[in-house]
Design a protein around this ligand. Structure first.
Ligand SMILES: *[C@@H]1O[C@H](CO)[C@@H](O)[C@H](O)[C@H]1NC(C)=O
Ligand SMILES: *[C@@H]1O[C@H](CO)[C@@H](O)[C@H](O)[C@H]1NC(C)=O
Length: 366
């Protein structure tokens, strides 16, 4: 199993008390009764102290071996929730190995009673409980969480308005017919299909649905040797097919966007691909770009080449080697990770912020 490699560089196993001490703020909280939960997914929620009226919701989905707490401490979303007043739901996998079920027929079906259904029920519960804005419900995830992000976009297009997926696969690509199976053919980039076939796979997950679908932003690194980069192409084919774009003909190709070393393929307002040259499976979350994509930072949601890395993005290694090395001459921005076991990004903080030790797995620019 390759589970350990999925988590390296992203792990942040701080106990809750230590996480809370990263800064004085609200804490991650377990929610026990959020509705029907046949597959036993655990729900955690982060509600910032300064919550907007009718807040937006971001569902943030962890990688294999991950936990809600690891994703809470290891990604910028909770910090951004403090800044912009939205709620973050962190579902936690009940499956062995901590991967999401993105492989069973049930999870690949709207209201199929598996992991995707449980996560959708968390969203519905949160909308009711906090009078959240149903038109601002988003999902983002990394690795297995990115696979789930694509699955949620296909199974609950009625619920989610936009999605951001880091190093995942097309919805349905990981099918094995078993719960939380590992589909090597897909992982290794050997499951290829036409854009119409991929689109059909997604559409079959909610037959008869004709309403709006979430805008999709798809990230992948060219040096990903866990979930091969071909999955970038296949995922873009899938959503290009769903939205009626042509996979091979993005409207715009923007170099060094949204940050240095990445190329952005803009198909239209509903689909953007972001490909990182030399970036491995440890692809960092670009919080600023996600906020803009979701329209949560108050800016335009239209992709733009002029958007530089914001205060919450992390600089990445542009090394072409599969083993990430620490980039030299770079700085991590405020709130960014700057150290910890398995961390390979910039270890110097942008002035005036200091790299502050939190635990063995996580230091942060504060
Ligand atoms: C893996 O998924 C592909 C579709 O992506 C499918 O054709 C293949 O049968 C699956 N493999 C297994 C072992 O189920
Ligand atoms: C997949 O997409 C990347 C980025 O656009 C491109 O460089 C690569 O050639 C594509 N692969 C295939 C097989 O089309």
């Amino acid at each position: 199993m390759k589970f350990s490699t999925l988590a390296s560089g992203l792990l942040a196993l701080a106990p809750f008390s230590a996480a809370a001490e990263l800064a004085k703020r609200a804490t991650l909280t377990r929610v026990n009764n959020f509705g029907s939960n046949p597959s036993g997914v655990r729900m955690y929620i982060y509600v910032p102290d300064k919550l907007q009226a009718n807040p937006a919701i971001l569902t943030a989905v962890h990688y294999c071996t991950g936990t809600a707490n690891a994703f809470y401490t290891g990604t910028p979303y909770a910090r951004l929730a403090d800044q912009y007043g939205f709620i973050v739901i962190y579902p936690e996998s009940p499956n062995d190995g901590g991967c999401w079920d993105v492989s069973s027929r049930a999870t690949l079906t709207h209201d199929g009673g598996a992991n995707s259904n449980s996560i959708a029920n968390m969203v519905t519960y949160t909308i009711a409980q906090y009078k959240a804005d149903p038109n601002r419900v988003f999902v983002a995830g990394t690795s297995s969480g990115a696979m789930m992000t694509n699955v949620l976009a296909a199974t609950y297009p009625n619920l989610f308005k936009a999605a951001s997926a880091y190093a995942g696969v097309a919805a349905g690509c990981f099918y094995t017919g078993t719960v939380a199976g590992w589909n090597s053919s897909c992982a290794n980039g050997q499951s290829t299909a036409s854009q119409s076939a991929w689109a059909q796979t997604a559409q079959n997950m909610y037959p008869g649905y004709t309403g709006p679908r979430p805008r999709m932003m798809i990230y992948h690194g060219s040096a990903d040797s866990t979930i091969y980069p071909q999955n970038f192409n296949e995922t873009l084919k899938q959503w290009a097919g769903v939205f009626g774009y042509t996979y091979g003909q993005p409207q715009q190709t923007l170099s060094n966007s949204p940050s240095s070393g990445y190329t952005k393929y803009v198909y239209g307002e509903n689909l953007v691909g972001v490909y990182g040259a030399g970036v491995t499976h440890d692809i960092p979350v670009n919080g600023a770009a996600d906020m803009q994509w979701f329209g949560l930072s108050g800016g335009s949601t239209t992709p733009s080449s002029s958007v530089g890395p914001g205060p919450t993005s992390t600089k990445v290694s542009t090394s072409t080697s599969a083993t990430p090395s620490t980039p030299s001459g770079c700085t991590a921005e405020r709130w960014g990770q700057c150290g910890g076991i398995g961390f390979s990004g910039c270890k110097t903080c942008a002035s005036p912020y200091k790299c502050t030790f939190s635990n063995d797995w996580y230091s942060q620019c504060l």
